[in-house]
Design a protein around this ligand. Sequence first.
Ligand code: MN
Length: 420
Amino acid sequence: MRLLAGAATDVGMVREGNEDGFLIDDRLQLFAVADGMGGHQAGEVASATALEALRASVATGTALEQAVTAANAAVFEKASADEALRGMGTTLTTLSIDPDGAELLVGHVGDSRAYLVRDGELRQITEDHSLVEELVREGRLTPEQADVHPQRSIITRALGIDAAVNVDLVPVEIQPGDRILLCSDGLTTMLRPSDIATVLRREPDPGRAADLLVDAANAAGGEDNITALVVEVEDDGAAGITGARVVIAGAVAPAPPPDVEPTIPHRRRRRQGRGRAVGRVILWTLPVLIILGVAIGAVGYYARHGYYVKFVGGQVVVFQGVEGGLLGWNPTKVESTGITREQIKKAGGGAAIDAIASTKTFESRADADVYIARVRRQIVLADKPTTTTTIVPTTTTLPPTTTVPGVATTTVPATPPSGP
Ligand code: MN
């Protein structure tokens, strides 16, 4: 098996600077994402310091857990020595090959994440060291509540805060075709796991996949710095892991560079490649289609949910919809009431004639029926008692108005008695 890696980082749509950083070192087969925090430039210093210390430590043969501990010490010392950097810290989620070469090992502190993607399914490997995730684990918050919790960015463990740090180590058994995603919370707070899985399923190139993930997070608001690092397990026929190849931000590296730049925190992905252009189209098209769909649905609802009453050939007719139609939704006739303009006129219903002539609209069928019943009642009351029986089929013309029981029941019974 061989590892292919690609990564992208971006400042996002809101933040001033990018405090995230990533590390891809093909010689050491070491990968990491760090999300720094601290005022001014301190966050950037924290993530860069941690990544460089991690790399330097692994380069001397140190095991991953101790290398993360060394990264913590480096950030802590730097923060203690410089007033301007006091209080800085960083997350660190790192991936390397287990010493026996059969599986991968994740080292983790903070709320950046590692996911395993197998057969298109996303499985979170790491646990967030954040306040809300701890509350979720204790059953005091639901995952849904955690997702929108105002304190969701508060982390409970980070490098550089204390002289000692507790490092999570997670072994990861891998198969050819698996992908590991390392990412900062700027990705996971903007995208649902299913959205992340979709991108990783569709885009075969790891660098471009990382790029598309960052684009998607930006399209979703980009409220934080965003970093995605995708490591792919490729089958090269050999047992164990034989080598790694670096692919950064959609660009395929022809050969591993002799000395890999450890951190690229400031690097903005401003590559004008075809992959990127295609990515933008796909990622912007989908939300636009969803918005259009919702808008069309809303117009359709508006165009169909109302009722109106108007004269057709001197007769009162009830229609459903908006008069004249709306974007292809045409109104439909739902009832010919049999009431004529003449009858209303005779009953002294000048106001009703005016209202109906200029199209009287209703929120619901029940409202329209109540109105028709009232007009009918006016005609009946004004008419001679002898004709009453012929014009009073009110109770039968009223459709099931049970949806508005209060209105229907108050109006209907008032009709049958002929005037005093
Ligand atoms: Mn962040």
